[in-house]
Design a binder for this molecule. Structure first.
Ligand SMILES: Cc1cc2nc3c(=O)[nH]c(=O)nc-3n(C[C@H](O)[C@H](O)[C@H](O)COP(=O)(O)OP(=O)(O)OC[C@H]3O[C@@H](n4cnc5c(N)ncnc54)[C@H](O)[C@@H]3O)c2cc1C
Ligand code: FES
Ligand code: FES
Length: 1499
């Protein structure tokens, strides 16, 4: 094929881009960020796993004369693939300079942005959804749920359930209401108890509720006897018109009416009267009404204040589905969903006037100019006319781009393609690049010829044949989903069983962006052993068509011979896969697909399967059986032996044990097989078969083929898929008092100060900064061995690469090569002590060149013995220091005198920070040895100090500026320093600006994690459960350097009492020194390990005694006046208040009864519920760090600039500080600005850590503001004068308008008066209750509900505080349930990025998540009576872990196992499944340690 063009042409945000000689290896993301400087789309993982780079692609569909819009991951999209297409980024849809797009506005306004790094990706996913569907509705949800609907209503909510044109509405007054609807046309309504009220409309006693739906009437009445409910009939009309010609009209009284018009002929009228709110919701005949009371109480207690309840419901929406591929590490997703729910049809018709939005009363006024009207698709940019008018020129011509030795062909005919494949057999066909992109990035694969087959018609066809549906190999998975859903909808159930299995599997296949790009042929041809579709295609013997030059098309079945080896098929390199035919099933044929992953959504399978059985006509005798498994061998495999042996047998109970035995023989797996968790994988193979057996048995019975139902009712729980549906929740907090001035923002839920910039992509992070003249890029070179002598570092090959400028190592360090703060070497000199140990760095003209070169450096090592685990360290006596001990009372005597003693051990694994923005720094050399650092670090002072010492210059020559961080979570406290130092050393050497922004995999390897710990305990207690004596020995894996391990061990030791008074207590810490990367601070560092240990001990006691857990916990609670084991006196104690409120809110005792009932009724699904208390001490462990400084400048125009020592990393610090300054100065917060944190403005500041930043910096700012207020005092008396006048007058009088504030936390340390020790400034308290359901056969879990009550004193900003609670809880949930950081026995870090490290995704949110701030408990020891919040709530996530353990215990009871069992964290599905212990697990005992080399080790 000859070259047809040299130009790549596409549109970005409406602008035409023409690129001569584009680079086929360049991704769209790199192009957008580097060439077009559109930095809104973020580079987080580069592997399609996080969604931060999401953009929308639009293309003209000439056949249907329509425009298609879909979201993709720009990091995997080759820029060459967008020829003739339009790309939209967040910058293209709205900006603060012009007008915000509603999608940007809503995420910001609903507090859906904290650090903001994920926000543009979230915006673009939602935007793409809206471009396809202007109001995603419950109809889509119904479609999605295959006709199943579950709607739950809760708290003051009315829900109408709707199914296949039928409506059922039930309402209940004076009681609780729950309506649930269930599967396939069946509706279940449940009503829910006492005090929960549903849907009220209310307006000073006058209420009108109008409802309507297909001729049925619902009337509700409520409120002090005055209720009017009107229901209206006649085919869904109620003075309202809505959607496609229907009008919704609502009218209200007393003359005030607000009418809003909505899109495309839809009209919404809302009314508003006397400051109260009427909310009505409407959706194709469904109505939801939410009401909000003032001064009435509704199962919520009302304490000296008002209560605001946010509610939230309605199923797993389309929105959630679209956002599955987007990760957020900060928010916990709830506010993002809440923001975007406003676009759904179920959202409140009041729009901005919705009661939910009233929390932001002041803010909305302040930001009024930024607010855009409701979503109006007619306002969207038009598709570039050029692309449509010249469709043929763009799409029907072959292309060839060539650059850097790589060719990109885009043939447009099959003949051309076949010819190319003939000419270049080892070329790569590319469609979505979701596989090839990973191969080139992580597996160092290089392809010189790439062939893009998107425009070949034969590969994109979909046809219905007599045998099934024939799908072209280039058809995307999203298209496959739609086509099969249509077929299912239009055909009988019997013939669509494989289609259903594919659609069901696609629900769990990657995220939306991947499915939009990836093609079905790519999945087959990749031949991955864990492909999700291949087991299905193999079990149904799908038919493939392949073509090649000279040979006519040949057909083959995807059977047991198709896969030839790891990632090899029988298709030849010169052949092209043309299509796949997915067959229909017949009435004697049954089919199911199964997948189990660590995280339910968007995760690769551990084991998956496709299973098909064909019976002799009208019988239960097996004619054919096809069992295909993934994850059990280097290829997808068929269980051939099992299949053959079971043919001819009847489908009856004794089939299962026989199948299990044959499957074991068919699917052998070495205990050390890649992937590990071998016995679990084996158990899954038989557990899946058991599920299949039950499903088919049930269907045979339903069809009357078998006469007797042999499945006990409780066993159906193995196969019933429960769509728990809605993620919903409430947030309850105290509104500010009526006396508080309008412009005093303290206590108001003001949005994050950068939220709008986050959403529009205008917020500048380090790597978004414009490159400076001459700027170069730095990429690290680090050790791949855990412990070794460095023999030789050969840089010659790297230095030959065009664009490489040089290499730096310890020889280039002018000053100290030792980082004092973490007590470790910067660059290794002779020895490396961990994988990831820094050796040097390459300097080059671009980041990709620097990365490529750093990987070309050849290093020779001489290996030394390595200690990797806690066990190794104990064995080798390898510790960082002597073991610190705390004790109180007499532990030994305590054991002697108590009634019972227990001993045990527990382990908690590592946790990767997974901040979305990786470690990043830019160093700019200046005159006279000055060096400016622009860093993403939590400790600018630490970076300043380290750079100065490394370059051998005084501190005053180094300036470290931090604008914002894309998440830190402790990981950027000291471990941001090496990145800054690499940049600084290179900048010094070459006297040029240097940028060092780590790639995700480098970041993970080079930085440490949360400390894994092992705790050994001995506990003495009474028969009631009162603990009298506890001896703890805690071992932490600290890694190769001290870092902040001493402080973290300190936190473990002093916080391991939690809320419990233990009179005789000894706790000893052991800091294990190992050859893994030094572990470091991570949100609630030490505290969460402490909580885990003490709650495990309590649970052990509870399990031993077999008593109600709450009683044992309550019995041991601290009370005012008690002394802790570190001799601090408990002064204000809110444990009991939080606990009781949480018991009450969660309805704990009733739900516990329901859980028991559920467990009695269900054999294979079990539930558990757990409630835990929390006491959390606030302050830095090192007393000197409890100080802060601030500078407040007033300018002559009246504007105010604040600087303080804290860093904004998403926690909302800056907005809280603005609120403090606003209240202190008595001016509106829109006059106040914070630009950045900088060491030359506020010196010697401690790191932003330990949750104390608001407390310390807030006080410093308050002090500075009070100084300024005092100075302005003389000018305030003049009548009618304003702030600006006072400032002007003061200036004219030569009064300084600049003041510093300094604060040190008082009374820390020993208190001789009481002979006590104040380790903490104060304590904060909380309680959390969670209910979890587990699938005992797979280990899958769902958090059904979480209730949290938290003590934040008087909240400075309830939206920020609730955001911190939800986000922290979800991070803790990840630690306990999902996140498994893996290292191989030779020290290799197996965790690389989101592909193999699973942080919580949107689907992991508790299905109901209620957060309530404790009311009426001001804290007199922090600014404006507030309390710290960033870390403590994380600890309450242990409630999920304990609830899971309780569910497992219920499963164990089924097989007679009672009492305590050990469960280590994280409780990933393998641990849950294997602890459930039944006949299936028994078949696969764990291989004896030492008899094999495991794939990964327990650190
Ligand atoms: C974040 C992420 C999540 C993922 N999740 C899952 C998951 O949950 N389950 C799962 O199974 N997979 C998953 N994958 C893998 C991947 O998405 C699939 O395998 C996908 O279907 C590949 O399609 P593609 O169009 O992107 O293939 P490409 O990367 O473009 O190509 C893949 C391979 O197929 C070959 N090929 C493509 N078409 C033809 C043809 N017509 N003839 C011959 N060879 C051809 C290519 O040459 C190449 O070798 C995931 C990948 C990523 C990046
Ligand atoms: S950066 Fe593209 S998905 Fe993570
Ligand atoms: S706000 Fe989502 S990652 Fe920080």
């Amino acid at each position: 094929m000859e070259a047809k063009t040299d130009f790549l042409i596409f549109f970005v945000n409406g602008e035409k881009v023409i690129e001569k000689e584009p680079d086929p290896t360049c991704t769209l993301l790199h192009y957008l960020r580097s060439k077009l400087h559109l930095t809104g789309s973020k580079n987080v993982c580069g592997e399609g796993g996080c969604g931060a780079c999401t953009v929308m692609i639009s293309k003209y569909d000439d056949e249907n004369n329509s425009i298609l819009h879909y979201s993709v991951n720009a990091c995997l999209t080759p820029v060459c693939s967008v020829h003739g297409l339009a790309v939209t980024t967040t910058e293209g849809i709205g900006s603060l300079r012009t007008r915000l797009h509603p999608v940007q506005e809503q995420i910001a306004k609903h507090h859906g942005s904290q650090c903001g790094f994920c926000t543009p990706g979230m915006v673009m996913s939602m935007y793409a959804l809206l471009r396809n569907n202007t109001q995603p509705s419950m109809i889509e949800i119904e479609k999605y749920l295959e006709g199943r609907i579950l709607i739950e209503i809760y708290l003051m909510i009315e829900i109408e359930i709707y199914l296949e044109g039928r409506i059922m509405i039930e309402k209940y007054l004076e009681g609780k209401i729950m309506i649930e609807k269930y599967l396939e046309g069946r509706i279940m309504l449940e009503i829910y108890l006492e005090g929960r009220i549903m849907i009220e409309i209310y307006l000073e006693g006058r209420t009108m509720i109008e409802k309507y739906l297909e001729g049925r009437i619902l009337i509700q009445k409520y409120l002090e006897g005055r209720i009017l409910i009107e229901i209206y009939l006649e085919s869904r009309i109620l003075k309202e018109k809505y959607l496609e010609g229907r009008i919704l009209i609502q009218k209200y009284l007393e003359g005030r009416t607000m009418i809003e018009k909505y899109l495309e002929g839809r009209i919404l009228i809302q009314k508003y009267l006397e400051g109260m709110i009427l909310i009505q919701k409407y959706l194709k005949g469904r109505i939801r009404i939410e009401l909000y009371l003032e001064s009435r109480i509704l199962k919520e207690k009302y304490l000296e204040g008002r209560i605001l309840i946010h509610k939230y419901l309605e199923g797993r929406t389309m929105i959630e589905k679209y956002l599955e591929g987007n990760l957020c590490r900060c928010t916990g997703y709830r506010p993002i969903l809440e923001g975007y729910r406003t676009f759904s049809k179920e959202s409140c018709a009041m729009g901005d006037n919705c009661c939910k939005n009233q929390t932001e009363n002041k803010l909305k006024d302040e930001k009024k100019e930024n607010y855009s009207p409701p979503y109006d698709p007619t306002q969207e940019p038009i598709f570039p006319p050029d692309l449509k008018a010249n469709y043929s020129a763009y799409n029907n011509k072959s292309l060839l781009f060539e650059n850097n030795g790589v060719r990109w062909y885009r043939p447009v005919t099959l003949t051309e393609l076949i010819e190319l494949k003939h000419q270049y057999p080892h070329s790569k066909i590319i469609i979505g690049n979701t596989e090839v992109g990973i191969e080139t990035r992580y597996k160092k694969m290089k392809y010189h010829v790439l062939i893009h087959t998107c425009n070949i018609r034969e590969l994109n066809n979909i046809t219905y044949t007599d045998d099934g549906i024939k799908i072209g190999s280039s058809v995307t998975l999203s298209q496959v989903e739609v086509v099969l859903q249509q077929a299912i909808h239009n055909s009988s159930d019997e013939i669509c069983r494989v289609f259903k299995a594919v659609v069901e599997m696609l629900k769990w296949f990657a995220g939306k962006q991947i499915r939009n790009a990836a093609c079905i042929g790519g999945n087959i041809m990749t031949a991955s052993p864990i492909s999700d579709l291949n087991p299905i295609f193999q079990a149904c013997t799908a038919v493939l068509e392949v073509v090649s030059k000279g040979n006519s098309m040949r057909k083959m079945t995807l059977d047991g011979n198709f896969f030839q080896g790891y990632r090899q098929t029988i298709i030849q390199p010169t052949e092209v896969l043309l299509s796949l035919t997915i067959p229909y099933t017949n009435k004697n044929e049954y089919f199911e697909g199964y997948k189990q992953a660590i995280r339910k959504d968007d995760d690769i399978a551990i084991v998956n399967a496709g299973m098909r059985v064909v019976f002799e006509p009208e019988s239960d005798v097996i004619k054919e059986l096809h069992l295909s498994y993934g994850g059990m061998a280097p290829t997808t495999v068929m269980a051939k032996n099992t299949m053959q042996k079971l043919v001819g047998r009847k489908w009856e109970n004794n089939l299962v044990p026989a199948a299990c035995q044959y499957l074991e023989e068919d699917l052998p797996l070495d205990p050390g097989a890649p992937g590990g968790i071998v016995e679990y994988r084996k158990t899954l193979t038989t557990s899946f078969f058991f599920k299949f057996y039950l499903t088919v048995t049930q269907q045979l019975y339903n069809k009357g083929i078998t006469q007797e139902n042999t499945i006990p009712r409780s066993h159906l729980s193995a196969i019933e898929t429960r769509e728990l549906g809605p993620s919903k929740g409430s947030q309850v907090y105290e509104l500010v008092g009526a006396a508080q001035k309008d412009d005093n923002p303290i206590g108001r839920p003001v949005v994050h100060s950068s939220a709008y910039q986050h959403a529009t992509g205008e917020a500048v992070f380090v790597d978004d900064m414009l490159t400076l003249k001459g700027e170069l890029f730095v990429s690290p070179v680090y050790s791949s061995r855990p412990h070794a002598t460095l023999i030789n570092v050969d840089t010659s090959a790297a230095l030959q690469i065009p664009g490489v400028k040089g290499y730096i190592c310890y020889k280039d360090v002018p000053g100290s090569n030792h980082i004092d703060i973490s007590d470790e070497q910067l660059f290794a000199v002779e020895e490396v002590t961990c994988v990831g140990c820094l050796i040097g760095a390459v300097v080059a003209t671009s980041a990709p060149i620097a990365r490529e070169a750093s990987r070309s450096i050849k290093i020779d090592y001489k290996d030394l013995p390595a200690i990797l685990t806690i066990e190794d360290a104990i064995e080798n006596n390898s510790y960082l220091s002597k073991s610190p001990v705390y004790h109180s009372g007499d532990v030994n005597k305590g054991f002697e005198e108590c009634e019972q003693v227990l001993e045990g051990e527990v382990y908690m694994g590592a946790q990767e920070h997974f901040y979305l923005e990786t470690q990043s720094s830019i160093a700019v050399p200046k005159e006279r040895d000055e060096m400016d650092l622009f860093s993403a670090g939590q400790f600018p002072g630490g970076i300043q100090e380290s750079v100065a010492k490394t370059l051998d210059i005084p501190f005053n020559k180094v300036k470290c500026v931090v604008k914002r961080l894309g998440g830190g979570f402790g990981g950027k406290e000291v471990q941001s320093i090496p990145t800054a130092l690499m940049a600084a050393v290179a900048a010094k050497k070459y006297n040029l600006p240097m940028r060092c922004c780590l790639e995700r995999d480098d970041d993970i390897v080079m930085t440490g994690t949360r400390h894994p710990i092992t705790a050994k305990y001995k506990v003495g207690f009474s028969s009631e459960g009162r603990i009298s004596s506890l001896d703890l020995n805690i071992y932490a894996n600290c890694g190769n350097a001290p870092d902040v391990s001493y402080a973290i061990m300190g936190a473990i030791l002093i916080k391991c009492d939690n809320a419990y008074k233990i009179p005789n207590f000894r706790v000893t810490g052991h800091l294990c020194k190992t050859n893994i990367r030094s572990n470091t601070a991570m949100r609630a560092a030490g505290s969460i390990q402490a909580m885990f240990i003490i709650e495990t001990v309590l649970q052990h006691v509870i399990d031993q005694l077999g008593v109600e857990p709450t009683k044992v916990r309550e019995l041991n609670f601290y009370k005012v006046g008690d002394r802790t084991h570190v001799n601090q006196i408990i002064k204000d104690c809110n444990i009991q208040s939080c606990w009781e409120e949480c018991l009450n809110h969660s309805d704990y005792y009733n739900r516990k009864t329901q859980v028991h009932q559920f467990n009695r009724d269900n054999r294979w699904r079990k539930r558990g519920i757990s409630i835990v208390p929390l006491k959390y001490g606030i302050s830095f462990e090192v007393i000197q760090l409890n100080q802060a400084g601030a500078l407040v400048n007033i300018y002559t125009d009246g504007s105010v600039l604040i600087s303080h020592g804290g860093v904004e990393m998403g926690q909302g610090l800056h907005i809280k500080m603005i609120q403090v300054a606003s209240a202190s100065l008595g001016i509106s917060s829109d006059r106040i600005h914070i630009s950045e944190s900088s060491t030359n403005i506020v010196p010697n500041a401690p790191p932003s850590a330990a949750s104390v930043s608001s407390d310390l910096n807030g006080m410093a700012i308050k002090i500075a503001c009070e100084t300024l207020s005092k100075r302005l005092e003389p000018y305030k008396n003049e009548k009618g004068s304003s702030w600006n006048d006072w400032v002007k007058k003061a200036y004219e009088d030569r009064v300084s308008l600049s003041a510093t504030g300094f604060y040190k936390a008082p009374d820390l340390g020993p208190d001789p008066a009481t002979n006590s020790e104040n380790k903490f400034m104060y304590y904060t308290y909380g309680a959390g209750c969670s209910e979890v359901e587990v699938d005992c056969l797979t280990g899958d879990h769902t958090v059904i509900r979480t209730d949290i009550v938290f003590d934040v004193g008087t909240s400075l900003n309830p939206a920020i505080d609730i955001g911190q609670i939800e986000g922290a809880f979800m991070m803790g949930y990840g630690l306990y349930m999902l996140e498994n950081f893996k290292i191989s026995p030779n020290g290799k870090v197996l965790t690389q990025g989101p592909g193999n490290y699973k942080i919580p995704a949107i689907s992991n949110i508790p299905k109901q998540f209620n957060v309530s701030l404790l009311k009426g408990k001001p804290n007199d020891r922090a600014v404006y009576s507030s309390k710290a919040i960033g870390e403590p709530p994380l600890l309450l996530s242990v409630s999920v872990f304990l609830a899971t353990k309780s569910a497992i215990m219920a499963a164990r009871h089924e097989t007679g196992r009672r009492g305590y069992f050990r469960l280590d964290s994280p409780a990933t599905p393998d641990k849950i499944r294997m602890q459930c212990q039944d006949e299936f697990t028994k078949q696969f005992p764990v291989a004896e340690e030492g008899t094999y080399t495991p794939w990964f080790i327990k650190l």
